[in-house]
Design a protein around this ligand. Structure first.
Ligand SMILES: Nc1ncnc2c1ncn2[C@@H]1O[C@H](COP(=O)(O)OP(=O)(O)OP(=O)(O)O)[C@@H](O)[C@H]1O
Length: 631
């Protein structure tokens, strides 16, 4: 292990020690915000439980003193009565403990549920809160977000929230013991408690260093290992893994990736071990010394036997100022996760642990078709050095249908994402009805889009067409599905609109690629009925055969007549009936941007790129199918 590594690890441990009170404060803040009522009630029960534990030490001391006095007196008589009374008192206090703990378990579970829900809100806001999706493309924030999301899924995160109350009860009970010991020799309990506190902080700093590394540095490798494991065991990959004999290679690569990821973590743990061992020795010396002093006082007659029993219990209880095994480890893990989330949120410009007031998507206003404009737009993805779009300008009047065509990687989908406000252009402006969709939520809500990788929700058909549909929407859904060519599909589903579109559910079913695309189209058409002013289809029909896609696009242009529509497709015969066709050239080409713009006939007559691409495809189609007239 390099000396520099050790120094860095030591520095990190010290930094964690310094900011650890802040972590617990933030944790308390989240508990309080998540549920004031249950947090207040649980705190009250914790206080009572700690008081009962302190009382128990006094009662046991009293009982031991009574037994000693009775033995000294040699006869039962009046002293025996004291023994019985103290015994009943001990039993009563012993009974109170479990009652309080049971009540606490009930209220603590409510706190944990509320805390988890609150953290999921914070997490979701970190994912969808910032405008656009640029932060999800940058490996840094996206990786951190995934690491935190994974950590909150782990059972130990929930266990850490639950542990809060046990840790607090133990600390308060230790405080009670300290108070009992002060009148005896005030400096002894303070010294013992101080050694435990130091041990606890050194230990927590040490393990939180490991957890933080787990969340930050090892994220990519662990994710890769998890991915490889998924490939080995997943049902979707089972066919290829067997057919190509990949099992051995996957197993070996998984093992080496996992070991590589964890080696850093194991090293980090070794680095901070020295101070932890030192603190353990200090604790043993201080506790042992205190117990010897109690014994000496008893022998000297300065303390009674009952008093000594109480003091000894109190000294031992001071260890609850220290490390509490799995309880404090779990709590530290949870606070580390919360800390990582708070830092990520801050970096994304969000408040650390407060959710912003709800930003409900504005209902699509019924303002008719929207005009779209791109003005000298240039854009490059954060993770790439080159531009995906360079100086693109396009004006689409309200109500026009436009097809965007171009070679792979020309930037068609990027242009669509800019139009939806998912990214901001580096240069130039994007406008939907005069407003910037990346900044103005109502402009963004005017755009309805179905991407090639549209989401296949494992939910009923109804929700797949419109997520918040109710009975009043039945007609809109019916029409949207019929217009998308999916009426037949509805008849084939056992539970009609209620059929879950996944075979993983009872009564559910899977759809073919083409059927899914019709459902996605129905979703887009339902959005128009909701008031969307621009409708975009970015190649969601690639799984349909050529004829089916052409028919669907024709039908689509028919039913959306008067709506501004943008179609992206590689099959030029499918989009030739659009009012206008624009050809986008790759940003790396000399003649980049929109290089051709006109109707199908105009572009064919021009004899440029479009005409060449169209004829090539038509010839191939004619060879395969001998039925299509290129004009
Ligand atoms: N999220 C991303 N991060 C980094 N680069 C990206 C991302 N998405 C696309 N690109 C790159 O931007 C360029 C334009 O991609 P885009 O998907 O817009 O092209 P396209 O014209 O839609 O291509 P296709 O016809 O193959 O779908 C490509 O070089 C692509 O590799």
């Amino acid at each position: 292990m390099a000396a520099g590594d050790t120094a860095t690890a030591g520095g990190e441990v010290r930094r964690r020690l310094a900011d650890s009170p802040g972590r617990y404060l933030r944790h308390a803040q989240v508990l309080w915000r998540a549920s004031r009522r249950w947090t207040a009630l649980t705190t009250l029960l914790v206080l009572l439980d700690a008081a009962v534990r302190t009382l128990l030490m006094i009662m046991i001391g009293w009982f031991a003193g009574s037994v000693a006095a009775a033995v000294r007196a040699g006869a039962p008589a009046s002293d025996a009565e004291q023994v019985w009374t103290s015994l009943v008192a001990v039993a009563a206090v012993l009974l109170l403990g479990p009652v309080l703990q049971s009540l606490k378990a009930v209220t603590a579970a409510r706190c944990s549920a509320a805390y988890l829900a609150y953290v999921l809100d914070l997490l979701a806001e970190a994912g969808v809160g910032p405008r656009g999706i640029g932060h999800l493309d940058s490996p840094g924030p996206a990786g951190r977000l995934r690491a935190v999301a994974d950590a909150t899924k782990d059972w130990s995160f929930l266990m850490g929230i639950d542990s809060t109350w046990s840790v607090l009860t133990s600390r308060l009970a230790a405080l009670g013991a300290l108070v009992l010991l002060l009148p005896w020799r005030w400096w002894v309990p303070l010294l013992v408690a101080a050694t435990f506190v130091v041990l606890s902080y050194v230990f927590l700093g040490w393990i939180s260093l490991a957890f933080d590394r787990l969340l930050q540095t090892t994220g990519d490798q662990r994710r890769r290992a998890g991915y490889l494991r998924g490939l080995m065991l997943g049902t979707e990959t089972a066919k290829e893994v067997r057919l190509f004999g990949l099992a051995d290679w996957l197993g070996e690569t998984y093992r080496s990736t996992w070991t590589e990821a964890m080696t850093g973590l194991w090293r980090a743990r070794q680095h901070g071990l020295g101070p932890v061992l030192g603190a353990c020795l200090a604790v043993a010396a201080a506790t042992g010394g205190a117990l010897i002093m109690i014994g000496t006082d008893v022998v000297a007659g300065a303390v009674t036997l009952g008093g000594a029993v109480m003091l000894a219990q109190a000294v031992l209880r001071l260890q609850q100022f220290g490390q509490l095994g799995n309880l404090s480890s779990a709590l530290t893990r949870t606070t580390s996760t919360l800390n990582a989330l708070a830092e990520l949120r801050r970096d994304l410009g969000l408040p650390a642990v407060r959710t912003l007031p709800g930003s409900a998507r504005p209902a699509g206003s019924d303002r008719g078709p929207a005009a779209v404009r791109l003005d000298g737009v240039s854009f490059g993805y954060p993770s790439r050095g080159t531009l995906a779009l360079d100086g693109v300008s396009l004006d689409i009047p309200a109500g026009q249908s436009v097809a965007v065509v171009g070679s792979n990687g020309a930037g068609k989908s990027t242009m669509i994402k800019l139009l939806c406000g998912l990214y901001r252009p580096d240069r130039g402006a994007v406008r939907v009805d005069g407003a910037d969709p990346a900044a103005d939520e109502s402009a963004r809500s005017r755009v309805a889009v179905i991407f090639q990788d549209f989401v296949r929700y494992h939910l009923p058909l109804r929700d797949n067409v419109r997520l918040d549909a109710d009975d009043h929407d039945r007609e809109v859904l019916q029409r949207a599905l019929a217009d998308a060519g999916g009426a037949g599909l509805l008849n084939r589903l056992d539970h009609g609109w209620d059929t879950v579109l996944s075979h993983a559910y009872d009564g559910g079913t899977d759809l073919s690629g083409g059927q899914w695309q019709r459902v996605a189209l129905a979703r887009a058409l339902a959005a128009v009925a909701d008031g969307a002013g621009v409708l975009i289809l970015d190649e969601p029909t690639a799984a349909l055969d050529v004829r089916a896609e052409a028919e669907l696009f024709d039908r689509f242009l028919e039913v959306t007549r008067g709506v501004t529509t943008i179609l992206v497709s590689h099959r030029l015969s499918s989009v030739r009936h659009a009012d206008r066709i624009v050809v986008l050239a790759d940003a790396a080409d000399d003649d980049r941007g929109i290089v051709e713009d006109g109707t199908h006939q105009e572009l064919l007559a021009r004899g440029g790129r479009y005409a060449a691409m169209f004829r090539l495809q038509a010839r191939r189609f004619a060879r395969d199918d001998s039925g299509e007239d290129p004009r």
